[in-house]
Design a binder for this molecule. Structure first.
Ligand code: SF4
Ligand code: MG
Length: 325
């Protein structure tokens, strides 16, 4: 999956107003098969908007979106439908994502049949295999149950099984564990990790929890006010964060803390973002006049490590390391 320069704005202030609010501004990302990429940011940073754009639930204003070469935003309807089958989403709320009047089996049978992944003859066996692959055994017993007969963690496993039913290349998991209790989270995270390894599925793991990103993800993208402010290999970014916002996030994670107990810091009482400068300036301990007036460019201090901050340009980074934005 390759997304380039995705942007999305929404109108604000009633329908006579022409004002628009920017939710995403030039976000690019790649996701390989068998890779987990974490998308980290606080609420309002654009994480869920990006998830919905990538899943084609919302349309972007600009940018491109490719899976296996074709830009699905400009291609015909058929390619776009095929894309929807290959990119599946798992939502935050396992209680809202299943229909209470239908059994677990029904939730899995529908996508299996619609996408031609099963025939009526092997439907039952396919449903049971899916349930087993997400650890819901004995499968016959889970297949017959209704959502209210399941725990939150079990429901989220059903949601994962439903995503797997269409044999996707990509799963976008939007805070899949944030509504689960702590003891259940680890199991669901391990399930996601196993799936990427065994089936070569790429997972975009959206979270406000930096510590579970550290635990799970090969690469990390830090989103602030609709822009990627830092990205790179998880180990590298978290060991040596370069953007002041990433540092702020990390400072909120105590050393040796259980990775499941570390919410992001509450937004400090900061002023509004400057219209032309760095959106993080009101909260940034290192902000100077330049930050209020000029949007920082993207810098590449190392291969596969991107930082959007003026401090990078004053570190003597050679000009050709800067990506024009
Ligand atoms: Fe802070 Fe300036 Fe860097 Fe923005 S550009 S993060 S305000 S130092
Ligand atoms: Mg959200």
């Amino acid at each position: 999956l390759e997304a380039t320069a995705l942007s999305r704005t929404v109108p604000v202030g009633g329908f006579l107003s022409r004002a628009r609010r920017t939710l995403l501004d030039g976000v690019s990302l790649t996701l390989e098969r068998g890779e987990i990429v974490a998308l980290v940011g606080e609420s309002g940073s654009g994480k869920s908007t990006l998830a919905r754009v990538l899943a084609r639930l919302d349309a972007p204003d600009g940018g491109s979106l490719r899976l296996g070469g074709t830009d699905v935003l400009t291609s015909e309807k058929r390619a776009s439908l095929a894309y929807r089958g290959r990119v599946q989403m798992v939502f935050q709320d396992p209680f809202a994502s299943l229909n209470p009047v239908h059994t677990v089996a029904y939730h899995l049978e529908r996508p299996l049949l619609r996408h031609g992944r099963a025939t009526h003859a092997d439907l039952k066996a396919r449903v049971h295999a899916l349930l087993e692959s997400v650890g819901l055994t004995p499968a016959e017993s889970f297949a017959r149950r209704y959502p209210h007969e399941l725990s939150g963690g079990q429901r989220q496993r059903v949601a994962v099984a439903r995503a797997l039913a269409v044999e996707p290349d990509v799963i976008i998991a939007d805070e899949p564990t944030s509504m689960l209790d702590v003891s259940t989270r680890r199991g669901v995270l391990q399930l996601l990790r196993g799936l990427t390894r065994e089936r070569g599925i790429g997972i975009l793991f959206i979270t406000h929890d930096l510590a579970s990103a550290r635990h799970l993800a090969d690469r990390i993208l830090v989103l602030y006010a609709g822009r990627v402010v830092e990205s790179g290999r998880t180990s590298e970014v978290l060991a040596a964060p370069r953007h002041p916002y990433t540092r702020l996030l990390l400072s909120a994670v105590p050393d040796g803390a259980d990775f499941l107990h570390t919410p992001l810091p509450v937004k400090a009482g900061a002023g509004p973002a400057p219209p032309r400068g760095c959106a993080f300036a009101p909260r940034c301990p290192q902000a100077d006049a330049r930050c209020l007036n000029t949007l920082p460019a993207e810098h590449l201090p190392a291969a596969d490590h991107l930082v959007r901050c003026h401090l990078e340009s004053s570190k003597g980074v050679p000009d050709d390391a800067a990506v024009p934005s």
